[in-house]
Write a protein that binds this ligand. Structure first.
Ligand SMILES: [Zn+2]
Length: 120
């Protein structure tokens, strides 16, 4: 694995670990967990882990902060900072921050096409 990937992996492991710690401490607040409590805890933790993993991957993919090109006209677009957006994945909606660009030619703002699943 490349050093970059090692770093991403370390971050993902740390993120997952903090979610698991949180899940275990929430679980230990109750004396006895029934099946629906367990399901609820596992689902909530799974959701949080998924969000974090998605964010980590998107950050990796969005490495080119400068020099992104407009998907419509191919001109160089201006980086406008990070914006919140929600991404719909197979397992649900994730909220994350992504680099946002503005094309002066088309007068349109956009998020880089990759790895976004729907277009603006
Ligand atoms: Zn354009």
């Amino acid at each position: 694995m490349s050093p970059d990937k090692e770093q991403v992996k370390a971050r993902m492991m740390a993120d997952a670990e903090s979610v698991i710690d949180q899940m275990l401490s929430e679980g230990s607040e109750k004396e006895q967990l029934d099946l629906s409590d367990i399901e609820h805890l596992a689902r909530a933790a799974g959701q949080r882990i998924m969000e974090r993993l998605t964010c980590a991957l998107v950050d990796t993919e969005a490495g080119e902060e400068e020099g992104s090109r407009c998907p419509e006209c191919g001109q160089k677009a201006r980086y406008k900072g990070r914006r919140r957006r929600s991404l719909v994945t197979d397992t649900g909606e994730v909220r994350l921050e992504r680099g946002y660009y503005y094309c002066p030619t088309c007068r349109k703002g956009f998020f880089p096409p990759r790895p976004t699943m729907e277009s603006e």
